[in-house]
Design a protein around this ligand. Structure first.
Ligand SMILES: NC(=O)c1ccc[n+]([C@@H]2O[C@H](COP(=O)([O-])OP(=O)(O)OC[C@H]3O[C@@H](n4cnc5c(N)ncnc54)[C@H](O)[C@@H]3O)[C@@H](O)[C@H]2O)c1
Length: 454
């Protein structure tokens, strides 16, 4: 049913507000997803109310400082200078918003079960101040059915307690639109990455499409919120499985004395039916190591075992141990045991040129090395000191790279290939380099048998 036949007053009024850039958009969660999204919609002309529980972020935004360095200072300077942007931790102001976007974490619990607590709490907050004419969109990655299930139920539960008697799809509107942010990637921005939009009903999808059209160039509407939820998981499972497959190829080819990187380069010349994925020290970040298990958990309800996901998880999870085994073999060749060896891990962030350390395999590599008695330090120009993450609290500080500092270590392990590392300097002064990213390939000849691929 279209807006015109369904709810002329509230939907048409929101439509007009969006047309005239007077619809206030609240973004809950100003992290890797929420902040650039808020900035894109702001650039598109909409007024933005940013909400976050972290007072440090609210203060930084007030000063125009960007706590997410890869996004650059200009973005936050522009927001701070604008009379159409405000950041706050006063959640009672949610009722001022015409549109509410939820960009909150969806982590895993202790037993690998989905932790929807952030999403549910946000739904409850929205429900408490719900009013007619609001559009609410969930952006967090999650299993199919969450928006119509846990999220909507939380909104309705609290709205009912507050005595608000409104119907979704008639009086207010709910949709799901997943994020495809890839922090650090230069080829795309939040505005240029095509965005999926799926409503709980047609009216919700119509309004969500109109709203995102303000700041995002390319929108793809799907038939339901569930399709959008499942598509996001498919994208991330596709990556997890293919990375595991190529990691397995690496293990086999390395034993056979064949360079996996050259094999991938060769296979990539096929103009169809092949897409390159690259091996590494294990998965990192808030998405690929975590999201697939949202489906694993949900699939159990339907009597399914997600074998591909589990196997990919098993292979990818074993990679940090494999890296350490390769290092141990290499040290052995140089007449050294792991115990007592000084090892420098290059890169604490989970991927190049960002400061995000969530789920980074570097932590696993460091912990395994420490367990085996090595004396470990790390260097990362983007992470001056290691802050606690979900499973680790290393309490370490980054070492500056210099000829002397590099030469002090028995081995250097390249875990994250930041552009800022001087690989020539490393090749010149390292006693032994274990390279998980093919970052040392240009210096392979100079390194000779001091280079080990892992
Ligand atoms: N990081 C990525 O590259 C990426 C990409 C695609 C999708 N996602 C998904 O997007 C969602 C958000 O991820 P993220 O990386 O932006 O997380 P994040 O941790 O960077 O940001 C979340 C923000 O929410 C704030 N917050 C926490 N609890 C809150 C609460 N109760 N109320 C208000 N604010 C609160 C935090 O302070 C933080 O600023 C997740 O579901 C994630 O899977 C992330």
């Amino acid at each position: 049913m279209s807006i015109a036949t369904m709810t002329p007053e509230v939907a048409t009024s929101l439509k007009t507000k969006l047309d005239t850039n007077t619809a206030l958009v609240a973004v809950i969660g100003l992290g890797y997803v929420g902040l650039p999204l808020a900035a894109s919609l702001h650039t598109g002309g909409l007024p933005i109310l940013g909400l976050d529980v972290d007072p440090g972020k609210i203060e930084a935004l007030g000063r125009g400082e960007n706590y997410l360095k890869h996004l650059g200072e200009q973005m936050t300077a522009d927001l701070a200078a604008s009379d159409r942007f405000e950041a706050t931790n006063d959640f009672s102001r949610l009722n001022e918003a015409d549109v509410i976007l939820v960009c909150l974490p969806t982590p895993l619990g202790k037993h690998h079960e989905p932790d929807l607590s952030y999403v549910v709490v946000a739904g409850e907050q929205i429900g408490r101040t719900l009013r007619a004419g609001q559009l609410i969109v969930l952006e967090s990655t999650t299993y199919p059915g969450t928006t119509r299930g846990e999220f909507l139920e939380a909104i309705e539960r609290e709205a009912a307690k507050a005595g608000t008697n409104l119907t979704c799809g008639v009086d207010y509107f709910v949709a799901y639109s997943p994020e495809r942010e890839d922090p650090g990637r230069q080829s795309h921005t939040t505005s240029t990455i095509p965005k999926l939009v799926g409503g709980l009903d047609d009216a919700s999808a119509d309004l969500a499409m109109q709203m995102y059209g303000k700041g995002i160039e390319n929108l793809h509407r799907v038939d339901s919120a569930e399709i959008a939820e499942a598509a996001k998981l498919l994208e991330n499972i596709f990556r997890a499985v293919n990375i595991a497959m190529v990691n397995e190829m690496k293990l086999i080819l390395t034993r056979m004395g064949i360079d996996v990187w050259k094999v991938i380069e060769a296979a990539s010349t096929k103009p169809f039916g092949f897409m390159p994925f690259y091996p590494g020290p294990g998965l990192g970040g808030h998405c690929i190591p975590i999201d697939p298990f949202y489906l694993t958990w949900k699939a159990r309800e339907f009597g399914h075992v997600t074998r591909f996901i589990e196997l990919a998880g098993e292979i990818n999870h074993a990679m940090p141990g494999y890296v350490v085994d390769r290092l141990a073999e290499a040290l052995n060749e140089h007449g050294k045991p792991v115990r007592g060896s000084n090892v420098l891990v290059l890169g604490l962030a989970y991927k190049p040129d960002v400061d995000d350390t969530r789920e980074s395999p570097s932590f696993e590599v460091i912990e395994i090395l420490r367990d085996r008695g090595a004396v470990v330090e790390y260097s990362d120009p983007h992470v001056p000191k290691s802050l606690p993450v979900r499973k680790h609290d290393l309490g370490m500080q980054s070492v500056d790279l210099s000829p002397e500092s590099i030469a002090r270590f028995d081995a250097v392990v390249v875990v994250t290939d930041h552009k800022d590392f001087d690989y020539g300097l490393i090749a010149q002064h390292a006693k032994l380099v274990v390279d998980t990213r093919n970052a040392m390939a240009p210096h392979a000849e100079a390194l000779g048998d001091r280079l080990v691929r892992a």
